[in-house]
Design a binder for this molecule. Structure first.
Ligand code: DP6
Length: 329
């Protein structure tokens, strides 16, 4: 019997300048560059077991069989890894995240980063970090940014090989704290893949893409200088533009809920009162609020006190995708 297995862990990442819309949808070549931080503490652990005992691929996510759509995305990614390794072995995938999935916490990023790392290792592919990042990107665009750790930049590139993410500062460079206000744990109505597809139908799409490169430069410098004010201004500007694009796409997409807006307003008020915090929002209602370590417990406490906030999770910059001890299958 031929059997190969490996387990990998990866954290989600949250972008300060975000990926929204494609230059090449099939390859997930983004319309604009992005900058993010990989988060520690929150993680997806994925075990991949290839065996000639298995007749078909089988995918278990958080203890339950994956939906048809999720299963197909995983199988497509396994096919890419199998093609590189020249293997036809079927696989069992067991994936588990310690945070709510598909609610704007970028679970597809950590899931595809962990899956790609585990599958490539199980089939003994020796890929550079860049090649692994590019491969994860085809599974889910933002997953390329969960391969490296710390503060990360994804340049769009021109083809598959040149579109990958790399770290420009390690996790311990700056202990920024992300206080994530969980508004809803429900699956979002319109997934980000559909959002990317609709993005260019917004009259604001070109305007946003035109500002992204400059915002990326501002974010990178702000991070290198540990300048929260400059980073915060850039992250809010980009998040608001992304949601303006989503809301003006055809048909429009509204990710915010009343509590999302309540947090946005509260953060602006608290800032005026001297608590320096800034927000960003992915393709869902949850809202990420960034502050320095010294303000984190105050900010979390205040967020929890707002109406409609079910939970507040905190996360700091973390490591990239890595192999871990095999334990699930
Ligand atoms: C709003 O990477 O989830 O989180 O490639 O279709 O899986 P797919 O899209 P995905 O899009 C991320 C959208 C975002 C912004 C970001 O993380 O950059």
């Amino acid at each position: 019997m031929s059997m190969h297995r490996a387990t990998a862990a990866a954290g989600p990442n949250i972008a300060f300048v975000k990926y929204w819309g494609d230059a090449d949808a099939a390859l997930h070549l983004p319309a604009n560059p992005s900058v993010s931080v990989t988060l520690g503490g929150l993680s997806t652990v994925s075990t991949v077991l290839f065996s000639d005992d298995l007749e078909m691929d089988d995918v278990l996510i958080d203890g339950a069989p994956a939906s048809e759509l999720a299963q197909q995305r995983v199988i497509d990614q396994l096919d890419r890894v199998r093609a590189l390794a020249k293997s036809e072995l079927r696989a069992r995938v067991v994936s588990k995240s310690n945070f709510p999935t598909a609610a704007g916490l970028a679970s597809s990023a950590s899931a595809f980063a962990a899956l790609t790392t585990a599958a490539a290792s199980a089939l003994e592919l020796e890929l550079s970090e860049e090649a692994l990042s590019a491969l994860a990107r085809i599974g889910s665009g933002s997953a390329c940014r969960s391969i490296p750790g710390g503060f990360v930049e994804w340049r769009p590139g021109e083809d598959h090989e040149s579109s990958y993410a790399r770290s420009f500062a390690p996790p311990n460079h700056w202990t920024l704290v992300d206080c994530i206000a969980i508004v809803s744990e429900e699956h979002k109505a319109v997934g980000s893949s559909e959002g990317h597809a609709r993005a260019s139908s917004s009259p604001l799409f070109k305007a946003r893409a035109g500002t992204a490169t400059e915002l990326v430069d501002r974010c990178r410098s702000a991070i290198l200088e540990r300048d929260l004010t400059a980073l915060g201004r850039a992250m809010e500007a980009d998040a608001l533009m992304l949601h303006a694009v989503a809301m003006t796409s055809k048909p429009p997409i509204h990710y915010w809920m009343p509590a999302t807006v309540r947090v946005m307003q509260a953060v602006v008020d608290w800032r005026a009162q001297g608590l320096e915090a800034y927000f960003t929002i992915d393709a869902g209602p949850n809202i990420h609020c960034f502050c320095e370590l010294k303000d984190a417990s105050k900010l979390s406490g205040r967020l929890l006190g707002l109406d409609g906030i079910a939970q507040v999770r905190t996360a700091v910059p973390g490591a990239g995708a890595r192999l871990v001890a095999d334990h699930l299958v």
